[in-house]
Design a protein around this ligand. Structure first.
Ligand SMILES: [Zn+2]
Ligand SMILES: [Zn+2]
Length: 348
């Protein structure tokens, strides 16, 4: 089979590899589509802690495929079933896994991160993933190229749960990349009264307007404070979702939030510069709730798949590039451009 294999920073090679063999309690997946995420770009540039210097691994953790082979000990899945694969496999033996938050498990495995992932024609699905519910059947109506986006959408779902976006909220989303735009789609679906989106790229802001943003702000030329004040009648944003790895956005979130506002640091910061200036008095006097979120659990993926399968959210609007696996290098270069949203590898 053809596979894109990590050989070191900026060195992703197309290789011919044997199709993985599976055990009695495992599945073999024929991959149909896999999308490139910021995490993959971090892997590609050699910045991911699970990809050490001598790692040789197939990345790709946002993927969809059909079951090509079923181990003799498995009866719940049949060959030919189209499925989405939730990427994170918790250890299953720690209190975090028992509570269902396997995205926080300290001893996890994940497709494309610690296990071979979806930038290959076939992928082995180990027993733990089958047993823990990572294999999620999809409705026929879901577009194959858009189905891998269920994973980042599950992360967004998880993130908004932490700040309970609800009806009548004024929501500020900092960052109009694919994640920020998914936050927009979900906040609208959750009944937010007004959604304000800020970014520096006019194309992305245009897309945000197209997808239903009530106000867009270019923070390089416009005053975000004033825009939020205008949209909220001077009160501030009830919810601020920081979907950009930017110190300034995280610091400003505290002053842009309304009294009793909820803030989610959805994005992380570069690991060599993770500190921000944090005005504790804003948190104190406004009784703010500041939280964060990372990744998604398997149950988040199941809920996200349900929403996407119901047709309530169409993620295909976020795809800006489609490439065959043979053009994986070009796909990564495209994904790096600021004008790109989601770039998808199509393997059929
Ligand atoms: Zn991802
Ligand atoms: Zn665990």
């Amino acid at each position: 089979m053809l596979a894109a294999v990590y050989h070191g920073p900026e060195d992703l090679r197309l290789e011919e590899r044997p199709i993985p063999r599976i055990g009695d309690r495992e599945l073999l997946l024929k991959v149909h589509a896999a999308s490139i995420c910021a995490t993959d770009l971090r892997i590609f540039s050699g910045q991911h802690r699970k990809y050490g210097a001598d790692t040789r691994r197939i990345p790709g953790h946002e993927l969809v495929g059909t079951i090509a082979e079923v181990g003799s000990g498995i009866h719940e899945f049949g060959v030919g079933r189209r499925v989405f694969i939730a990427p994170n496999i918790g250890c299953g033996r720690c209190p975090l896994c028992w509570r269902g938050v396997n995205n926080l498990c300290p001893d996890y495995d994940a497709f494309g991160i610690t296990l071979d992932g979806g930038f290959a024609e076939y992928m082995r699905v180990p027993e733990a993933a089958v047993e823990q519910g990572n294999v999620i059947p999809l409705a026929d109506s879901v577009d194959t190229a858009a189905a891998p986006l269920i994973e980042p959408f599950a992360c967004v779902l998880h993130g908004q749960d932490r700040v309970s976006v609800a009806k009548d909220d004024v929501v500020l989303i900092q960052g109009a990349g694919p994640i920020g735009l998914m936050h927009l789609l979900l906040a609208k679906r959750n009944g937010a009264a007004r959604v304000i989106v800020s970014d520096q790229f006019p194309d992305r802001l245009r897309k945000a307007t197209e997808l239903g943003a009530d106000h867009v702000v270019n923070f390089t030329t416009d005053d975000v404070v004033e825009a939020v004040a205008r949209a909220s009648g001077g009160a501030g944003a009830n919810v601020v979702l920081v979907a950009a790895p930017a110190h300034k956005a995280m610091e400003e979130a505290l002053s842009l939030a309304a009294p009793e506002g909820r803030i989610n640091y959805f994005a992380g910061l570069p690991k060599d510069r993770p500190e921000i200036r944090f005005n504790a008095n804003l948190v104190h006097y406004k009784e703010l709730i500041v939280t964060g979120s990372t990744g998604c659990s398997t149950s988040d993926c199941r809920r996200a798949a349900e929403i996407v399968c119901s047709g309530a959210v169409d993620l295909s609007v976020l795809i800006t590039g489609r490439y065959p696996l043979g053009e994986v290098q070009a796909a990564f270069q495209a994904a790096r451009r600021g004008s790109s949203l989601k770039v998808v590898m199509e393997l059929d």
